[in-house]
Design a protein around this ligand. Sequence first.
Ligand SMILES: [Zn+2]
Length: 262
Amino acid sequence: MIIDTHAHLNFLEFDNDREELIKKLIENNYQVINIGTNKESSKKCISLARNCVYASVGLHPLNVQSALKLKDDFDKKEDDFDYNYYKDLSQDKNVVAIGEIGLDYWYRPKGKAKREEYINKQKEIFEKQLDLAKEVNLPIVVHCRNAFDDLIDILSRKNIPGVIHCFTGNKDNVESLLELGYFFGINGIIFKVNLDDSIREIPLEKMLLETDCPYLSPPNFEERNNPFSIELIIDEISKIKGISREEIIEKTTQNAKNLFRI
Ligand SMILES: [Zn+2]
């Protein structure tokens, strides 16, 4: 069995063939965790959940609206974290995590004051979601881009299990996050960014497989990514670490089951 621990089959890119795809995945012994990014998409994850298809609910850092009202093409933004709304969603039996939540400093507003405001708002909302995860006793699915120092600083003050999804950090980041007990989600970004050193550093016992579909398609895979592309990610990890495909599948599936209690 293979578990795609980070998919967005809840997104509209799958509107035309979602049910067909989910059926095919289950027939092929796949399990999927669909990840929410705001109120609407989190709710959608729950509506898609069933045996072998799980949900995660949370507010993505790029959906956090700061007073700056920065424009980007990401989906609907929220001014604050609606704690009770997400807490209600998290009570559903198919919700296995709070996420994706975290820090994303990719967009850099011009000027020190503006940058600080943008970053502080993300931190504030991230911490609220960590409090929720603690309260409802669920692991976290963390999104982090260009923000590893702040991320590690915040996580080291909390004690919440989880995964750093789409991991793009360096060897030092691996070391710090291993000390805190985190898992590392590996996906198609490894075909775009050279993460070989980090992947060698991450023990299989702390690795999870994911696609982040419909994004991050491996080269030569269909344009719209889907959970079946995980096969190509397994091949690549196998090459980098010199470990068999079978062992990678067995260990990472067990890791996902342990972390998400599925
Ligand atoms: Zn994602």
